[in-house]
Unconditional design. Structure first.
Length: 342
């Protein structure tokens, strides 16, 4: 049986914020931030994943901690390829592994050129064959929705770079929308708001931590507050301010509004039969953004539909893509068909 471990097929959820790798027969074996730290003078990779993320905003001149994906698509090709290669090597310890088949998730609004770049990165990182699956499809499979039945399933996947909204029926996407407003934009909105309200400069990491500890999309019974540290823009010195959850909600208002709008306009384009199904079954929320407190309540309030958060929202996409790898033959139809590669 041991020989089957060589060239294990794998699924990669190549996300703007995190990359997850699922290996056939083993499940999700790796979940790390999509960050690469490079030495800018030599071009050599110093760290990838958790270690590199710790360096964001703390690097000297000759080191850059970059996030190679922006808005769900590849912004820095070389770094993406290096990162993929590193993650594959983490999974396949043996250097001489037979090349794996690889399923990579991409946002549904991605162009052919962007799609080609993802494939190319996969091939260069050592895959034998690269298949593409659309994120909302993978998220729906991973959240355990019956995608192959003739009923409407609605999935809202709020990731780091994109929010994917899709209605799925009979193993295909009926209507979908991919907006480039997601977790990263919430962080940016926090940075901009803190600048405006308190004239305090924050780093990306602090903004993300604020979003996780204080952020909310709907009024909460007890609104926590916290001390936030940053650099005062007037004096240039470090300063601490106290911010409450209710105040922070105002900062998140605009990006949240875009996400809700995407849900609404997708519902607007949904065939009436399927809209009826969604009314019964509800909307399923996945992705890291699903962890924002009160987002389900807010969507329920805005659409009048039942809203459920998937069991493990952060890894739904990876599980779904992993299922495509496990039951490759059965789920081949959900993969984006491959035009012959020259």
């Amino acid at each position: 049986m041991a020989s089957s471990f060589v060239g294990r097929d794998m699924a990669v959820d190549l996300g703007t914020a995190n990359t997850l790798v699922y290996v056939r027969g083993k499940g999700v074996v790796l979940d790390e931030p999509s960050v690469v730290a490079m030495n800018t003078t030599t071009g050599e990779v110093l760290a990838v994943g958790h270690e590199a993320k710790r360096m964001i905003g703390r690097t000297p001149d000759n080191i850059a901690a970059i996030r190679p994906l922006k808005d769900g698509v590849i912004a820095d090709f070389e770094a993406t390829e290096q990162m993929l290669r590193y993650f594959i090597q983490q999974v396949h310890r043996r250097r001489y592994f037979a090349k794996p088949r690889m399923v990579i998730c991409v946002p549904s609004g991605i162009t052919a050129v962007e799609q080609r770049a993802v494939k190319e990165a996969g091939y260069r990182a050592g895959a034998r064959k690269v298949y593409i699956v659309e994120e909302p499809m993978a998220a729906a499979i991973g959240a355990g929705l019956p995608v192959h039945e003739a009923t409407g399933n609605m999935i809202v996947d709020v990731g780091g770079g994109t929010t994917e909204v899709a209605v799925i029926s009979l193993g295909g996407i009926v209507t979908s929308m991919s907006v480039r407003t997601a977790g990263d934009d919430l962080d940016r909105a926090i940075i901009a708001w803190m600048k405006k309200e308190f004239s305090l400069m924050l780093g990306e990491r602090t903004a993300e931590e604020m979003k996780m500890t204080l952020g909310s999309a709907f009024p909460l019974p007890n609104e926590p507050e916290a001390e936030i540290r940053g650099r005062d823009m007037v004096s240039g010195l470090p300063r601490t301010v106290v911010v409450s959850s209710a105040e922070l909600r105002r900062a998140l208002e605009e990006p949240l509004h875009n996400i809700i709008d995407a849900v609404r306009s997708t519902l607007d384009q949904t065939p009436p039969e399927l809209a009826g199904d969604i009314m019964d079954r509800g909307i399923v929320l996945t992705g890291g953004g699903a962890l924002l407190r009160g987002l389900d309540e807010r969507l329920r309030h805005e659409t009048g539909m039942p809203v459920h958060v998937a069991e493990d929202p952060l890894s739904s996409v990876a599980f779904g893509a992993g299922k495509c790898v496990e039951e490759f033959e059965a789920l081949q139809q959900v993969l984006v068909s491959d035009v012959r590669r020259f």
